[in-house]
Design a protein around this ligand. Structure first.
Ligand code: GDP
Ligand code: MG
Length: 602
């Protein structure tokens, strides 16, 4: 197929607006899959099906006949959640256009706005499509109005479809052919390919998705990465239809999967440029390694599970190059790892996959963002050039007298909400130290707010809180906005006067009092009563800010209840032991596995 008849596109949408359903319909209409078959063919992982979010971008090549000519349409699926906006942008770099899919009942949401600007900033053609017109409450005219006022989109550009019922699917395919340009590529010249995603295959190692920008690539050729300089021999090439279809060659304009015995997905850097060995080319612009934003410690429940957990983490990270891994150890929890994630959802998905795919139930500590601390100059700091340090683990926070200035990461958050929830949402943002940038009416009862917010205030439960106070109607997205100076302190937790580093957190000084009170109350709720009294204290710089006591219960239940009956007593003890499995002994106190991550939720 000549380059003029290739189209590369993505579907971008707020979560649940119907992206996966539309992808299925497009696959059916082009004969790639049988109609009425398995739904949401592109969502492969179990967690994706359960949570209804796409985690890993999937891709499919479709053939479509228009005006008696065959077109090759490459659909590049993108993840649909704020945590994965990096993955959205990397997928978009292989496209010339996007379908901006909006639910005609829900209307424009925060991710619609964020995704629109990602596409717009990449100079992509945008095809606005209203989905779910079959719904009784669909209001396409109102949503068209929103698109016009927010993005200057004209009413006659907007398509109206029902992905569920298969209405208007041809109009979408036709718009892809007629409105999108073909990729700007050159079939001659040395190979230049963009690596934009990777996955791991048990037998073939890392498989990388590439978009060939220039030249061609054949099985058996030797390729090299611009960034790592590593070389590989191409073992397999395939198109995704969406099942793999092996081919001998990929040419400029095509998207395909390369198998080249790459051992670790950490070598498959998204945004990297691939060329033929010995034919150096200039790297494609815009390469940005993905940066984890949220860090958490992961520890086995007991050290006998260490080997299994290590192997599970290794296997999962092979498939998810956005997770960073460092070995870590803690006095209370032993040997473990400190993992970096794109956001809290990413962390939750990872831990759910550890559980579902590998049966692992590790302890996960409360997540932390990356802080920066400028240390007071000492001879040694100056000598080692360590005046500013980065800290992703509250346990490593320096002593107050060592700190000259501390800095925290900020984001610009976008919230779209029906205006009746404006009051509570503004209070929530204020409570989270947010500063309003602007507020825009997007139609007669909906408003878009933008706030400067500290990242640490939104990573844990901001999204949940927002959903709760708006009965699910407000939506949220954010982008990074650098670091600001901030007066931060470390809040420690003592259990019977023993400091539990794994429960410490970094808080803004103005919030330390209220946080301390909440923290000890929360711990009192989470930690069950035991044989001994437990004093729970929150401390900052040696000063106790709050205290709660967990009273001991009196006796071993089995003795006075079932003293005589041996079998019943055994059964009860077995139950108790099973319950205890999920507990961890810290300072002679049994602490439930989930404590570390739950403690910061409200
Ligand atoms: P995604 O999160 O954007 O991938 O959304 P999905 O494709 O998973 O769809 C979310 C929900 O909306 C599912 O329950 C779909 O069945 C439903 N849905 C998708 N398209 C339509 C449509 O055109 N009409 C109706 N009524 N429901 C739809
Ligand atoms: Mg989906």
């Amino acid at each position: 197929i000549p380059v003029e008849r290739i189209r590369n596109f993505s579907i971008i949408a707020h979560v649940d607006h119907g992206k996966s359903t539309l992808a299925d319909r497009l696959l059916e209409h082009t004969g790639a899959i049988k109609p009425g078959g398995q739904n949401q063919i592109l969502d492969k992982l179990q967690v994706e099906r359960e949570r209804g979010i796409t985690v890993k971008a999937q891709t499919a090549s479709l053939f479509y006949e228009y005006n008696n000519e065959q077109y090759l349409l490459n659909l590049i699926d993108t993840p649909g959640h704020v945590d994965f906006s990096n993955e959205v942008s990397r997928s978009l770099s292989a496209c010339q256009g996007v379908i901006l899919l909006v639910d005609s009942n829900d209307g424009v949401q925060a991710q619609t706005v964020a995704n629109f600007y990602l596409a717009f900033g990449n100079d992509l053609v945008i095809i606005p499509v209203l989905n779910k017109i079959d719904l009784k409450n669909a209001d396409p005219a109102k949503v068209t109005q929103q698109l016009q006022s927010l993005f200057d989109i004209q009413a006659d550009e907007v398509l109206k479809i029902s992905a569920k019922l298969g209405i208007g699917i041809d109009s979408v395919l036709e718009a892809i052919v007629t409105r999108l340009p073909s990729p700007k590529v050159a079939r001659n010249g040395p190979l230049k390919a963009l690596l934009f995603d990777s996955s791991y295959d048990k037998y073939r190692g890392v498989l990388s998705l590439i978009f060939v920008k220039q030249g061609s690539l054949k099985v058996g050729e030797n390729i090299q990465s611009c960034y790592t300089q590593k070389q590989y021999e191409v073992k397999t090439l395939s198109l995704l239809r969406p099942q793999e279809q092996p081919v001998e060659q990929l040419v400029a304009g095509q998207i395909g999967l390369v198998g080249c015995n790459m051992r670790s997905s950490q070598e498959a850097l998204v945004g990297d440029t691939i060329h033929l060995f010995g034919q150096k080319v200039e790297a494609l612009p815009g390469f940005q390694p993905i940066r984890p934003m949220v860090f958490a410690g992961i520890y086995p429940m007991d050290q006998s599970q260490h080997v299994n957990l290590r192997s599970a983490i290794e296997k999962l990270t092979l498939n998810d190059s956005a997770v960073s891994v460092e070995i870590d150890s803690s006095p209370a929890l032993g040997q473990g790892w400190r993992l970096g994630f794109l956001g809290l959802l990413h962390l939750e998905v990872f831990s759910q996959r550890l559980n579902q795919e590998y049966g692992a139930e590790p302890i996960i500590t409360a997540p932390s963002v990356i802080y920066k601390v400028k240390l007071k100059p000492t001879k040694q700091n100056v000598k080692e050039g360590k005046d500013v340090i980065t800290i992703n683990n509250p346990a490593l926070w320096p002593e107050p007298q060592q700190i000259e200035e501390s800095f925290e990461p900020m984001v610009i958050g976008t919230i779209i909400t029906p205006d009746k929830y404006l009051g509570p949402i503004m209070s929530l943002c204020m409570e989270r130290r947010g500063v309003q940038r602007n507020a825009t009416n997007i139609d007669n009862d909906r408003i878009m707010l933008q706030y400067d917010l500290p990242l640490c205030e939104i990573v844990i439960d901001f999204h949940d809180m927002l959903k709760t106070i708006s009965s699910g109607y407000a939506s949220f997205d954010y982008e990074d906005n650098g670091y600001v100076s901030s007066n931060l302190v470390k809040m420690g937790v003592l259990l019977n006067n023993v400091a539990v580093e794994e429960l410490s957190s970094i808080v803004h000084i103005t919030k330390s009092q209220t946080m301390g009170k909440k923290l000890v109350l929360r711990l009192k709720e989470i930690i069950p009563r035991q044989m001994i009294n437990i004093a729970v204290q929150a401390v900052v710089g040696g000063k106790v800010l709050a205290r709660q006591d967990i009273k001991a219960y009196r006796k071993d239940v089995t003795q006075w209840l079932y003293g005589g009956d041996v079998t019943r007593r055994k059964k009860l003890l077995a139950q108790q032991a099973a319950g205890k499995k999920k507990m961890r002994m810290i300072a002679n106190i049994s602490v439930p596995r989930e404590t570390f991550i739950d403690v910061l939720k409200k």
